[in-house]
Design a protein around this ligand. Structure first.
Ligand code: AMP
Ligand code: GLY
Length: 424
């Protein structure tokens, strides 16, 4: 099989790393990819869907996929379908659960999927009026895609008003903030759920955990994700079954009833509250950096699973995972998640080639004109290490991270630490 992966993120590098191990896969192209994907396959310097479609008319491949929400929201699946090529991922209509939080919240309300109580606003004055009478903390979310940065937990009225002003008046997320969702703050353990879906059936992965806040102890602003672990200690099969019955399957059946069958990865962000698991959001692709952990312990051939989903054959399909733990740490620039410098030289990448326990998945990297790896975005790369228990995965990942060096490198020092207390 020849495969085209659209995107340039770390989750896509991780998917390619896994697909590359399949005896069925002969070549992987990336549009446009990053410095890491260039070591696995061929980067094609195109980013627009029209360019990708034109490229595919000349270069036939057997499968196309993406891990990027933006492409799904722009209807990449729909365009590839017109070429009669297999695409792994939802159509624009099915992916609306991710690209519009107001759609997702109304969808969850209609389909009885447990989620935080909410209101939707298009008018900043009405939103400001509403928050005046609420108790805090309160969560304010831009409706559209904002690279994981669009949710603000406001601790008081001033923070809420500032968030509304930034999103709706200053438009820091562009049109994504024209509409906002204001919702109740929920407390509990937060986990990432992923399920392979074929439109009707779902096979859940083990639970994973992202670390969304920038700083240790879950302090600082939300980010696209600063690290991940899998599996999550203490998340029992009873909890996973409840999530499947109350969140995953009702999402699939609701979308199917709406005439938008969902094929791809359904990735709900879930919080385990005293009233049971509730969905914080519904995503339509592999998490980043969750995929960088998942791909290390997936045993089954990933290309086979993708085809089973596309062909509607997931029922009774068994997907196997290695019974080990993974810890993945993101190295970001010092100014992330704000505006970031570009062109910082990344040192130490070659140090990992020989260690099978460790893998580096790159995201914000590119190859400079002089042929060296430099950063291009704030989240630069992920170091992902495998171990027989969570503690050894964590220590190995931090040991490996010491070999990576770049100016202003920042990372959390507590990835996976909170989960250790649930470890048996
Ligand atoms: P989202 O983009 O909706 O997943 O939100 C990003 C992050 O904000 C989540 O991963 C949570 O850590 C936090 N968050 C979002 N909604 C809520 C909520 N209703 N209660 C508490 N925390 C939330
Ligand atoms: N792990 C956060 C995201 O992929 O959106």
């Amino acid at each position: 099989m020849k495969i085209l992966i659209v995107g340039r993120n770390g989750n896509e590098h991780a998917l390619a790393w896994k697909l590359h191990q399949s005896a069925k896969v002969s070549k992987i192209y990336f549009a446009p990819g990053n410095a890491g994907t260039a070591t696995i396959g061929e980067n094609i310097p195109i980013t627009r869907i029209s360019e990708i479609v034109d490229w595919l008319k000349i270069n036939m491949v057997d499968l196309v996929l993406t891990g990027s929400a933006e492409y799904l929201a722009e209807g990449l699946a729909d365009e590839i379908e017109k070429l009669e090529l297999p695409f792994f991922g939802p159509t624009k209509a099915a992916a609306q659960i991710e690209w519009s939080k107001s759609f997702a919240k109304n969808f969850m309300r209609t389909n009885g999927i447990p989620t935080a109580a909410f209101e939707i606003f298009n008018d900043v004055e009405k939103a400001k009026q509403y928050v005046k009478n609420q108790s805090f903390p309160l969560v304010i979310k831009a409706d559209g895609l904002a690279f994981g940065l669009g949710a603000v937990v406001a601790k008081n009225l001033q923070e809420a008003e500032l968030a509304l002003h930034n999103m709706m008046v200053k438009k820091i997320f562009g049109d994504a903030g024209k509409t906002v969702v204001i919702e109740e703050f929920l407390e509990g353990r937060e986990i990432s759920i992923h399920a392979f879906c074929d439109g009707e059936n779902a096979v859940l992965f083990p639970a994973s955990q992202d670390h969304k806040r920038l700083l240790d102890d879950d302090k600082g602003p939300n980010t696209g994700g600063m690290g991940s672990i899998v599996p999550v200690p203490g998340i029992t099969s009873e909890i996973m079954n409840e999530i499947k019955e109350k969140i995953v399957l009702p999402t699939l059946s609701g979308l199917k009833r709406n005439g938008r069958p969902f094929i791809g990865i359904l990735y709900p962000g879930v919080i385990i509250t005293p009233n049971g698991p509730m969905a914080l959001e519904l995503n339509a692709r592999f998490g980043d950096p969750e995929a960088q952990s998942y791909m290390r312990i997936l045993k089954t051939d990933l290309a086979d699973i993708f085809l089973a989903c596309i062909n509607g054959n997931l029922k009774n399909y068994s997907i196997e995972w290695v019974e080990q733990f993974v810890c993945c740490i993101i190295a970001a620039t010092e100014d992330y998640p704000g505006k970031h410098k570009k062109g910082i030289i990344i040192d130490g990448l070659a140090a990992f080639d020989a260690d099978p326990c460790v893998a580096i998945f790159q995201s914000g990297t590119t190859i400079s004109d002089c042929g060296i790896v430099v950063n291009s975005r704030g989240r630069v790369l992920a170091v992902s290490a495998i171990g027989n228990d969570l503690n050894s995965a964590i220590s190995r990942a931090y040991e490996a991270l010491e070999k990576i060096k770049f100016e202003g490198m920042q990372f959390r020092t507590d990835i996976g630490r909170k989960a250790l207390m649930y470890h048996t």
